[in-house]
Design a protein around this ligand. Structure first.
Ligand code: SAH
Ligand code: SF4
Length: 357
């Protein structure tokens, strides 16, 4: 099993580990302050600790902060994407988005994904491994550090990067609890959004945690046959079963659920599809987020033209379903959802281009 690193450990566990070394309890406070407030990336920077302790920790409890291979910014400077290299050499991408009212980081929970969704570049590439708590936390710290450089505070974390968060449940939840801890970043539970392809057991488990985390469900279609064609998991958990889990989630948390629909030209974007979606969601505390499909390498499906997107959203609106169209953030730097594999491929021919800082 992989050895624990500093960012894997909840506060109490760190305190216990330090006690085993004969260190006083306040050492854990000092370390957490250095990591989560001063954004240190190595023990060497923790000048409040004795030098001997710093080197004991570096060998017994590695920091393993990922290295930054490259960072790209969109031309309006509101979206930035970094390529982080993990301790085992694997790489992941972290996207930070600066909106008028919030600053959000989009994190990955796995390298690749086993769900095989046809619309998703990550899904087409297959599964490599789960990320650990520390590797997820490190992505958030990287973004928080970047916002701090502009005198801003990170406000939201969305689990919408590579991987299915509820298929790596322990690490996903462990990272939320860690980032929620007031002794660390102290992000409120409502600052987190977990996006799932419809992992029903995971949704039910999350509902039982007594945490007010936001749930986003990638629905994409309101009919089983079409949804199964887009997302193979629908065979295991068909739409009725998925909505039942969503109702359980709502009953427990009372948090409005977001349903994501990637609109594909001529596949799921007709007014009839919109009507069926509104029938399905009627009466549910929810919101629909329409995302014109981002290009998927090797896939013939195309994004819906704007007229179809407008037509779809007005049908929903007329039928009383709150709807928004996701602003296409970061497309020019390939920071759109489902674009991670495309970016990886371009790296092989020399990672990315003139805008690399
Ligand atoms: N595995 C989770 C979270 C990661 S994907 C999930 O599936 O929800 C994040 C979002 O991007 C999901 O809503 C997913 O359906 C969507 N997505 C994937 N590929 C896309 C593409 N090519 N265009 C638009 N959205 C896409
Ligand atoms: Fe995995 Fe989500 Fe992509 Fe599906 S859409 S393959 S669940 S990352």
């Amino acid at each position: 099993m992989r050895e624990s690193t500093l960012l894997d450990l909840p506060f109490e566990t760190l305190r216990d580990r330090l006690a085993e070394l004969g260190e006083p309890a306040y050492r854990a406070d000092q370390i957490w302050r250095a990591v989560y407030h001063d954004f240190a990336i190595e023990y060497g920077a923790m000048t409040t600790l004795p030098v001997g302790l710093r080197s004991t920790l570096a060998s017994g409890l590695p920091f393993d902060s990922p290295s930054i291979e490259a960072t790209q910014e969109s031309s309006d400077r509101r979206t930035s994407k970094s390529l982080l290299r993990l301790a085992d050499g694997a790489s992941i991408e972290v996207v930070s988005m600066h909106y008028d009212d919030r600053r959000t980081v989009c994190v990955s929970t796995q390298i690749g994904c086993a769900m095989g969704c046809r619309i998703c570049a990550t899904g087409q590439a297959g599964f490599v491994r789960d990320l650990s708590v520390g590797e997820i936390v490190a992505q958030v710290l990287h973004a928080a550090r970047g916002f701090r450089e502009h005198d801003r505070r990170l406000s939201n974390v969305v689990y919408m990067g590579m991987g299915e968060p509820l298929a790596n449940y322990e690490a996903t939840l462990g990272s939320i609890r860690m980032l929620n801890d007031p002794r660390g970043l102290g992000l409120g539970a409502r600052s987190f959004t977990v996006s799932t392809v419809g992992h029903v057991l995971g949704i039910e488990r999350l509902a039982s945690e007594d945490l007010q985390v936001n749930l986003a469900v990638s629905l994409h279609a309101a009919e089983d046959e079409l949804r199964t064609r887009l997302l193979p998991i629908n065979e295991t958990y068909p739409i009725d079963r998925l909505l039942e889990a969503c109702r359980t989630y709502l009953a427990k948390t009372n948090r409005r659920i977001t349903f994501e629909v990637a609109l594909i030209d001529g596949v799921n974007d007709s007014p009839d599809h919109a009507r069926r979606l509104s029938d399905l969601l009627r009466g549910l505390l929810c919101h629909v987020n329409l995302i014109p499909l981002n290009p998927v390498p090797g896939c013939a499906w195309k994004r819906s033209p704007n007229e179809h997107v407008d037509r779809f959203s007005s049908v929903l609106r007329q039928r009383g379903i709150p709807v928004s169209v996701r602003v296409r953030r970061g497309i020019e730097i390939q920071a759109g959802c489902g674009q991670l594999r495309a970016a990886n491929e371009s790296r092989e021919t020399g990672y990315p281009d003139s805008s690399v800082r």
